[in-house]
Design a protein around this ligand. Sequence first.
Ligand SMILES: [Zn+2]
Length: 417
Amino acid sequence: MSAEALRTEPKRINTPVTNGDRLWNDIVATARFGAADKGGVTRLTLTEEDREVRDWFVAACRALGCTVEIDGIGNIFATYPGEDMSLPAITVGSHLDTQPQGGRFDGILGVLAGLEVLRTLKETSTVLRHPLTVVNWTNEEGSRFSPAMMGSGVFAGALSLDAAHALTDRDGVTVGAALDTIGYRGEARVAPAAFAAYVELHIEQGPLLEASATEIGVVTGIQGLRWFDITVTGTEAHAGSTPMAQRDDALVAAAEIVLAVRNIARENPPGVGTVGFVDVGPNSRNVVPGSVRLQIDMRHPSEAGLDQMEGALQEAVRKAGARAELKRIWSKAPVVFDPSIVDAVRNSAEALGYSATDVVSGAGHDAAHIATIMPTAMIFVPSKDGLSHNEAEYTAPEECARGAEVLFQTILELDRH
Ligand SMILES: [Zn+2]
């Protein structure tokens, strides 16, 4: 495709526009770092492949005149000067690591779109009032080292640097040692106060934008989740000689709870509820089940919605009998992005003439941590068939191009205020 075909001219604004062709070339160029057999990428965090893509990114930013800083967890901050260096920087970015046999777009699109904005600024001699920082957060994926979103978590103070350094992978290698091996344990002390706002462009990783033929997702937040374990205790009994009226069947009671979870989610849209694990004891054809363990995942964009769902679940467990016990074992509060940054994204999509809709992210992102320390929002572009964490993950060149244009317009709008 030619540059002309990919460059969508702005309809109502008269400012420089990012170059979709150049962005696509970067996506293709960086997919060679950890290229997998079926067109995807295996670039686990802090591996040799990760080092290669980091080196590429750092070199590209330095060539544009950026100052590059690396902090103790290996986050990379590339800052392009603004007119007033006393102002905090506008920050954009995402992550360069992938899942095993992951895709070419998850994460890296947000970093490369930031780089494309820098290239556009340089090429058009556009000077922003604020400095502009493009960031790569270390270990978003969490597949080699748990937890996920580690670099942004350390930056936001959710996890201490020392604790993060001590975490190990399956082979016993620590995060600290892995950082040293690839040369990305930095010394820079980058304070959140150095930044004014954070905007992350990412692929949707779900089917909604494609299904509604919408070009841009204006992400208003990230849904919260609660995990529950339920134990149902019945009485083991002979399947042949125990009359139906005298049974205390733990699996039948558990089955009522499974159906209740589905109904609770349906009654609390856009909530979702899943029973993904069932353990039946003794799990034998001719024994009335005496015990069942269920693991439940419930999600909703609002805390009130989660409370409502949890209350209904408690009620369902009570109805299932006195011998059912419910425990909440983990929760993550919903993230609500800053309305002024969300508005800037929405206005930018509109100014460019792109169809846009408000969405709540179903997946976690670095932006969830960053939103706790500065005004934050996200931009989504469609994922073909909703596929992600899969080599077949695909977002078309023109869709990536639109995402970068909206990112750039959002930066310009934030820069004016
Ligand atoms: Zn991602």
